[in-house]
Design a protein around this ligand. Structure first.
Ligand SMILES: [Zn+2]
Length: 120
């Protein structure tokens, strides 16, 4: 039932929600943004979705090494994360988005601290 799991992830992506696996659980981000009906579908097909996600790659946790872009996307039927600046998606509504900045805000601060000491 992979097609169904893909369809569910697509539906979630359309409302701006990324669902990922955390151990044996499904976690939706942002929390509470998933419509109740859709959440119920995810519960019902949790195992299928987990199986699909198990084959997927984790979203990147650092900016693109080519352009330092922070936005990545992946086609849900083939979860490979691609920098949106280097490779803009043909159809932005058909992909899952991942923002690195939310995850690595601390790292970004460290980057700028390294390049500019105050008064140096
Ligand atoms: Zn890039």
């Amino acid at each position: 039932m992979t097609a169904l799991a893909v369809a569910l992830l697509e539906d979630a992506a359309r409302v701006g929600v990324v669902v990922h696996a955390d151990g044996g659980r499904l976690v939706a981000e942002p929390k509470g943004a998933l419509p109740a009906a859709l959440e119920q579908e995810f519960r019902k097909h949790r195992v299928d979705v987990l199986a699909l996600l198990a084959t997927a790659v984790l979203p990147p946790s650092s900016p693109c090494w080519t352009c330092h872009g922070l936005r990545f996307f992946a086609r849900v039927e083939r979860l490979i994360w691609v920098c949106s600046r280097c490779h803009p998606p043909g159809d932005p509504s058909a992909v899952v988005w991942h923002d690195v900045s939310a995850v690595t805000a601390g790292t970004v601060v460290n980057f700028s601290a390294k390049s500019g000491g105050s008064g140096a």
